[in-house]
Design a protein around this ligand. Structure first.
Ligand code: BES
Ligand code: ZN
Ligand code: ZN
Length: 500
């Protein structure tokens, strides 16, 4: 789907989309279109029992007299003083879904100069375009027999406003964030026979074209560095394990220490010798969604030329049962020198991150580290699929993440850390074990293990197990499947707090 920006005019074909304010209030352009339709627009609103211009409500008027378009689609804007970014994204998303249901191929959305809108008209356009893009995502490459009627029809969406140029300029950076979200969704959607660690490394290397510096650590180098925990997880796989480092140096101050994002990239999690039940195991292809989000975020930051020095580090491994796989009870030595007793080979994400986090803070001395991981099923028990778990050793970073979550619509809920939980991972024979006490506080004890590998660096851990894959499909900007969770959130964090 192509998104274009133009001045306000009367479209001749396709669908014309017009915003309507609360209680049927007509915007200036709606008044103009209403005049061309001899008052049919206002009449349709007053005749409709359900449509009153309420936020995000829709009403379609087919074959409107006085215009040559197929239909006019009215979208509720609610109260002008309440219009915000997330609402405009949702509007863009809803419109795209509705147009595809109509089988429409082209449409024009008019965004008025609404002086009282706190967002401002160019931002309204930018956010609507962003939402439309997010909603238009499809992963259809493996469907060879899709019926015509199941394919999306919408080819172009023109967004009309008073200044097409200003609107386009405002929309551009949001679209680059959209590129990042798309990349994450693609990586997460791909099956594990296609996106195994080395394949993802190739995708990361290709980001050099976007101005990102890439460095790859192979198994040999990781052995030298003593990354026994990460390597132990990959030991049962025929596929090589990797750490990949992406650097975006966008700060005018080149010496500025980077901000760091670290991702769990288990390209498939069978559980290893502590093998998972077969029902639903296919879902574990998305156990690399943390890494996927980090990669997409780096693409987004580079794409919109964020004025920040950012680092993305991903640990890429496959967790398989095998004659060479690690066993429950094995003790591994991490790069930090600390030892971990592997009680359960299915608690592998924390093993991968223990070395990835230590390596990151030690090598790059970042301002902070945020890790993303589909780490525990327990976080889904705690928070469901509406919010990701946030764990942090730093209140300022945590507050900023919570705020970025609210603003981006990718929400977080802060969970506790503490010495009482920490002692639950003490081992009888090693420095720690990789599981806590049975099923108790499973997400917290996982986070406690990570905390032992961050030293003094401000750090936050996002457990995104419930957010990486959307089965609901009820969000206007997140279609069913890979959500791309984390890209919008962290892009917002950077934009609001870490750009010069
Ligand atoms: N990848 C899983 C967690 C997960 C579960 C992600 C559901 C997405 C959806 C993780 O590696 C895992 O298996 N965790 C175990 C830990 C347990 C063995 C302590 C879990 O959550 O059951
Ligand atoms: Zn696991
Ligand atoms: Zn896992």
């Amino acid at each position: 789907m192509k998104i274009g920006y133009s001045e306000i005019s009367v479209p001749e074909t396709g669908t014309l989309i017009v915003g309507i304010l609360a209680e049927g209030g007509l915007t200036p352009s709606a008044t103009d279109f209403d005049g061309r339709m001899s008052g049919a627009l206002a009449k349709a609103i007053s005749a409709s029992a359900r449509f009153s211009g309420k936020k995000n409500s829709l009403l379609a008027l087919n074959a409107p007299a006085g215009l040559t378009v197929n239909r006019v689609l009215l979208v509720g804007l609610g109260k002008v003083e309440d219009i915000d970014a997330l609402q405009m994204q949702a509007l863009g998303g809803r419109v795209v879904s509705a147009l595809n249901k109509f089988g429409e191929t082209e449409a024009a959305l008019v965004v008025d100069a609404l002086a009282a809108s706190p967002l401002g008209v160019t931002e309204m356009v930018a956010e609507a375009a962003f939402g439309a893009r997010l909603a238009a995502y499809r992963f259809d490459k493996y469907r060879t027999k899709q019926k015509e009627e199941d394919k999306p029809t919408l080819e172009s969406l023109a967004i009309m406003s008073e200044s097409a140029e200003a609107a386009k300029a405002a929309a551009e950076p949001r679209q680059r964030v959209g590129d990042g979200v798309y990349m994450t969704r693609d990586l997460v959607s791909e099956p594990s026979n296609v996106k195994y660690p080395a394949a993802i490394v190739e995708d990361i290397k290709a980001l050099a074209a976007n101005g990102i510096d890439v460095e790859v650590l192979h198994e040999e180098r990781m052995h030298e560095l003593g990354m026994g925990a990460l390597l132990g997880v990959g030991q049962g796989s025929r596929r090589d394990s990797f750490i990949a480092v992406m650097r975006w140096n966008g700060s005018p101050n080149t010496d500025e220490p980077p901000i760091a994002f670290v991702g769990k990239g288990v390209t498939f999690d069978t559980g290893g010798i502590s093998i998972k039940p077969s029902g639903g195991m296919e879902e574990m292809k998305y156990d690399m969604a943390g890494a996927g989000a980090v990669i997409g975020l780096m693409k987004a930051l580079a794409g919109r030329k964020a004025r920040t020095n950012a680092l993305g580090v991903v640990g890429l491994v496959e967790n398989m049962p095998d004659g060479n796989a690690q066993r429950p009870g094995d003790v591994v030595t991490t790069m930090s020198g600390q030892t971990i007793e592997v009680i359960n080979t299915d608690a592998e994400g924390r093993l991968v991150l223990s070395d990835a986090l230590w390596y990151t803070q030690k090598t790059f001395k970042p301002k902070f580290m945020v890790d993303l991981a589909t780490l525990t099923g327990a976080i889904i028990v705690s928070l469901g699929t509406y919010q990701a778990g946030l764990f942090s050793n730093n209140d300022e970073l945590a507050e900023r993440l919570l705020a970025a979550g609210k603003a981006s619509g990718e929400e977080l809920w802060r969970m506790p850390l503490g010495s009482r939980y920490d002692k639950d991972i003490n081992s009888e024979i090693a420095d720690m074990k990789n599981v806590g006490k049975g099923r108790e506080a499973g997400s917290i004890t996982a986070a406690q293990l990570l905390e032992r590998f961050v030293a003094d660096t401000p750090w936050a851990h996002l457990d995104i197990a419930g957010m990486a894959w959307m089965k609901r499909g009820d969000s206007p900007t997140v279609p069913k499947g890979a959500s791309g969770f984390g890209v919008r959130l962290l892009d917002k964090l950077v934009a609001d707090y870490y750009e010069s």
